[in-house]
Write a protein of this length. Structure first.
Length: 314
């Protein structure tokens, strides 16, 4: 698989979805406020990271892939910061739509490794398909694979998702979905969906345990219902499972200290899709994604794995 990493620069992947800015205030609590019974966090470091669909694109770009993004960004400071960071990673953002809606931003206040507070700035009203459709139609034929990164913030509407998937099928392009919510009908016909166990349980008639056999049975049900090629289920400490037709693989996570799982799903879908775009079979692509996720969960905050880190982990 290390040989494959050398070929990544030739892969072209388009990410479509909800871009976010993740902002962290790191500090230390030493006293209680005299104004109210709340802790005072003495801020020592501020960190701004690409989140959501932007983090998926970030993972791809750091691995050396030719990456483009279609998303919605606000006309304000958070949007400017997001744009600057995307440009610095050489991600093609010519498909980004500027909006009067605020840039989806999550601000986290952290003391040590403990999150104290989160502030969200967002407007989840449905995006205007007329602004996105020309950009999607122009870019899908130019790439090897497409990722739909749905965070429920307005871009991945039923109409937009169906247009993407129909176009991908027409052009014979790989399309992989990171799902949100309990209505997966809009993802019908995608190649793969990459839910975690909680997301999978949200659309099943009966909840399942984190066990191989139950995951397999649920996956076959979902694949048939939504006319998929396969499913990749991330299972926390149990690693991940890939069910691709009759091919089934349960890939165990490497035992290690886990600091933060935020962003791990972004890494899984980015690396898995990149593997498919580079002609790896689904099991090898899932192995690669599992290794990359292992690097990410050992970090604090949203994190994108670099090419060098992935080679070292392999």
């Amino acid at each position: 698989m290390i040989n494959f990493i050398d070929k990544i620069k030739n892969c072209r992947v388009l990410v479509i979805g909800d871009a976010m800015l993740d902002k962290y205030y790191f500090g230390e609590v030493t006293r209680i406020s005299p104004e109210a019974p709340v802790p005072i966090n003495h801020v020592t470091k501020i960190k701004e990271q690409l989140g959501g669909a932007a983090n998926v694109a970030h993972n791809l770009a750091l691995l050396g892939c030719q990456t483009s993004l279609i998303a919605q960004i606000g006309n304000e400071n958070h949007g400017d910061t997001l744009t600057e960071k995307l440009n610095s990673r050489r991600i093609d953002i010519s498909g980004v739509v500027k909006s009067d809606k605020p840039t989806t931003t999550k601000i986290r206040v952290i003391s040590g490794h403990q999150q104290m507070l989160r502030l969200d700035f967002e407007d989840t009203a449905a995006a205007d398909i007329e602004k996105f459709l020309p950009k999607i139609t122009a870019r899908v034929p130019q790439v090897d694979a497409i990722i739909i990164s749905d965070y429920g913030k307005g871009v991945c509407t039923e109409e937009i998702c169906r247009e993407i998937i129909n176009l991908c099928r027409e052009k014979n392009k790989i399309v992989v979905v990171d799902p949100k919510g309990d209505d997966w009908a809009k993802y019908t016909g995608a190649n793969f969906i990459t839910p975690n166990l909680k997301e999978l349980n949200a659309i099943l008639p009966k909840k399942i345990a984190n066990a191989d056999v139950e995951v397999e049975q649920a996956a076959h049900f979902v694949i048939e219902k939504f006319k998929l090629k396969g499913l990749v289920v991330t299972r926390s400490a149990e690693g991940l499972s890939v069910i691709d037709g009759k091919k089934i693989a349960h890939i165990r996570a490497k035992a290690q200290e886990v600091f933060d799982v935020s962003g791990a799903g972004d890494t899984v879908i980015a690396v898995f899709t990149l593997g498919l775009a580079g002609k790896l079979d689904s099991e090898k692509a899932a192995h690669l994604a599992n290794v990359a996720a292992g690097v990410v969960v050992a970090k604090v905050g949203t994190y994108a794995v670099s090419r060098e880190e992935l080679i070292n982990a392999l």
